[in-house]
Design a protein around this ligand. Structure first.
Ligand code: MN
Length: 755
């Protein structure tokens, strides 16, 4: 066991004592004693351990505690938990002993921290799911997340000593998950640092380049800002207002994203100067008035750009940010962005909610964080919510700017940019969402898909007869509305199951058949369904047509069903590590692959799935609706069922990048009898008889059956959908080519999602 040098011992003690300089909450005797105790336990437990950099391990928990104190402003409990955060995970020290010494609350937080690192540090690629779990712990105690962020920040600051491939993984994860989270919690400074550090490892060359350019232009910028600020400073001094003015340094990452988004060089992004004026509350006026007072002083000297005024004072952002932003014309005709904040607002902006707690007056702040956590929980607790989809929504709601709209009675609602009238309806109440038929926006009638703008006043029109529509999913953007709609469709599915069951029972009666397992097996195999529910639902929704029912039941299972179509799978090399369970799943699958392999080439580990009627192994996914002939892949769902996607399906692409270990390559082999539902979309110039031409062409095709046709014509242009039962992709392609040749047709395309 390595021993600490005397110098190191002194340094450890010095760093420990420094915490108290920044943590005013833990200076009383009782707190000091507890923090000391935690420090001693950690020091003892990590004894002899060193970080990759060679430093004594205890430097890390000390640094995390320091970040929590200095940069987030947390108190005694958080100091204790920071010091102990790696103890349970990395040493023999148990949670029980912590509980005995520090009590239940601290134990709960440390337990949360340990669990998070367990999910995260398994080299797994399941970030989205873990992230969801992590957010769930938010509701237990937000300190778990704050300390985890501090932990991550210190690891990022010391990332240099990690091997390169680890650096990239950690950097990507930080940029993808932790930085947005810090942003959402209002920890602006931490968010910025996390982004810059991640960027430094992900794009070292670009990072260095921007860094250098920033350095080179520093002096020039300072001179300009000095000239700009001179008259403002003079006036503020005259009025005896205490303030500080800083040039607002743009982060390297934000400069780069701007360069990317606008496709402009560094110089153009950096041509916008920004200063921040932080004043101390100076009189018996509300802070809001004081902000406008400072605004008035600035605009006495410089002309403001009215379109660039942002008032986050009257209406703070969802993450608690308050400030007044304006852009004015400075000397030499250059735009300068000015941010005006009180020192309280400034602290909230830099430190987020921790600062909120500090300033919280009784009853004045119906904490928005709590509201946010509440919303989050609602979505997370829905057992069917998909982690990746959730994360997408989370990120979208996060990055998009917010808009503010009003109810007819003038109540303010906050929604993400891009939200539609229907999102608003769901925000009011799910029942209003379900029954919406239209909206009056500023007294004008608009469709539900109307994209709201800040300041809109919205009245939702409802009807008792209205039912939720699948198309609505195409234009709602809030996680809440999406979740509510999915719920509703689940209920609808229950109804189609009932309907489908009724329909098939009638068929059985018609052919005097007694339902038995043998019969169901045959039907399942033919119609490519896994369960009775799926079977009934597809019949109820007319995805399965019972037209060829007679042919199916007369088919002898042995020689026909087994040949109608096959799909073969090969396991791709695992790209990522797997959790234990996943590993087992995959092992089992590999075993299956070998056992069921009926082909000659066992080496290829291919699997003919259509024969395994008893244990349904796969299902065609509804998002992209693959048909034989399409390029496809298999994805092992959590219930170990394999979903087949087209390789071009956006959902499949997302799955591939997130769960590399659950991908199977798949190939169609033979296909002869079964029909698949496909939809094509046609548009063109309308003329009399055109629909007739379509149906004629389709009916000439022997391998195609039409299920439904829908056409709409407006101002001489038509658009329509045709649903068809077809056997494979090449038949479909052939038909589409024929349809394209019809006079007036502009485009013919296959519709992926026909749910
Ligand atoms: Mn740690």
């Amino acid at each position: 066991m390595e021993v600490l040098t005397d110098e190191e011992k002194i340094e450890i003690e010095r760093r420990y004592n420094e915490i108290f300089d920044y943590c005013p909450h833990c200076r009383d005797d009782e707190s000091r004693k507890l923090v000391r105790k935690a420090f001693e336990i950690a020091n003892e437990a990590h004894k002899g351990m060193r970080r990759k950099s060679g430093e004594p391990y205890i430097f890390h928990p000390l640094a995390v505690a320091m970040i929590c104190a200095e940069e987030i402003g947390l108190g005694t409990k958080s100091m204790i938990c920071s010091l102990l955060h790696d103890v349970v995970e990395d040493t023999d020290f148990s949670l029980e002993s912590i509980e005995k010494i520090f009590g239940a609350k601290i134990t709960q937080i440390i337990d949360g921290l340990t669990k998070i690192s367990e999910i995260f540090d398994e080299n797994s690629s399941l970030q989205a799911e873990s992230f969801r779990k992590m957010l769930l712990t938010l509701s237990e105690d937000v300190r778990v997340i704050l300390i985890k962020l501090a932990d991550r920040l210190h690891n990022m600051r010391t990332l240099d000593s990690m091997p390169e491939h680890k650096q990239l993984k950690v950097a990507a994860e930080t940029l993808f998950l932790y930085a947005p989270l810090a942003h959402r919690l209002g920890l602006y400074a931490i968010k910025t640092e996390l982004e810059d550090l991640s960027f430094k490892y992900k794009e070292p060359v670009v990072y260095k380049e921007i860094y250098k350019k920033l350095k080179d232009s520093e002096e020039e910028r300072e001179v300009y800002i000095d000239i700009f600020c001179e008259p403002i400073k003079r006036k503020l001094n005259e009025l005896n207002i205490r303030y500080s003015i800083k040039e607002r340094a743009k982060s390297i990452y934000s400069i780069w994203t701007k360069m990317q988004a606008k496709n402009v060089p560094f110089e153009e992004v950096y041509d916008i100067f920004a200063v921040r004026i932080v004043f101390e509350s100076f009189q018996e006026l509300p802070e809001k008035n004081q902000c406008w007072y400072v605004y008035a002083i600035i605009t006495d000297y410089y002309q403001p750009n009215p379109s660039r005024l942002r008032d986050w004072v009257s209406t703070p952002k969802a993450n608690g940010y308050e400030a007044l932003h304006t852009t004015v014309m400075g000397p030499q005709g250059k735009w300068v962005e000015v941010q005006i904040r009180s020192n309280r607002m400034d602290e909230i902006a830099e430190r987020g909610y921790a600062a909120h707690w500090k300033y919280k007056e009784a009853g004045s702040d119906e904490s928005q964080l709590e509201q946010w956590i509440k919303n989050l929980r609602e979505v997370l607790e829905n057992p069917n919510s998909n982690a990746i989809e959730f994360l997408d929504n989370f990120k979208m709601n996060l990055f998009s700017l917010e808009i503010y709209v009003f109810t007819p009675k003038g109540l303010l609602k906050r929604l993400p940019q891009g939200a539609t009238a229907l999102d608003f309806a769901f925000d009011i109440h799910s029942e209003i969402g379900y029954r919406s038929i239209g909206a009056k926006i500023n007294h004008r009638l608009e469709p539900l898909s109307y994209v709201l703008k800040s300041g809109d006043q919205i009245e939702i029109l409802t009807s008792e007869k209205q039912k939720p529509k699948k198309e609505w999913l195409e234009f709602v953007v809030t996680a809440n509305a999406k979740a509510k709609l999915h719920d509703a469709f689940k209920n609808e599915r229950r109804e189609s199951i009932k309907k489908g069951q009724h329909m098939i029972e009638e068929k059985f009666n018609e052919y005097k058949l007694l339902p038995n397992p043998e019969l169901f097996h045959k039907l399942f195999a033919t119609y490519d369904v896994a369960t009775k529910d799926e079977f009934y639902a597809k019949i109820g929704n007319e995805v399965i047509s019972l037209e060829d029912f007679e042919q199916v039941i007369k088919t002898k299972r042995k020689n026909k069903i087994a040949t109608y179509w096959d799909i073969t799978f090969t396991k791709t090399t695992s790209l990522f590590g797997m959790s234990k369970n996943k590993k087992e799943d995959t092992e089992k699958l590999k075993q299956d692959v070998i056992e069921k392999d009926t082909s000659q080439s066992k080496k290829k580990k291919s699997l003919i799935l259509s024969e395994s009627v008893d244990t349904p192994d796969y299902t065609l996914s509804k998002c992209c609706n693959p048909i034989p002939g399409d390029k496809v892949m298999g994805f092992i769902e959590s219930n170990s069922l394999i979903h087949i996607h087209k390789t071009t399906c956006p959902i499949a692409i997302k799955l591939m990048s997130n769960y590399g270990d659950r991908i199977l390559s798949a190939k169609w082999t033979v296909h002869k009898v079964q029909s698949f539902l496909a939809r094509i979309k046609i548009n063109g110039i309308d003329r009399i008889g055109i629909v007739n031409d379509f149906t004629k062409v389709i009916s000439e095709e022997l391998n195609v059956n039409m299920r439904s046709v829908y056409f709409d014509s407006l101002n001489g242009v038509f658009e329509g959908n045709i649903d068809l039962y077809i056997h494979n992709a090449s038949d479909l392609l052939h038909l589409m080519e024929k349809l394209k040749k019809i006079k007036g047709v502009n485009s013919v395309a296959r519709v992926e999602n026909i749910e």
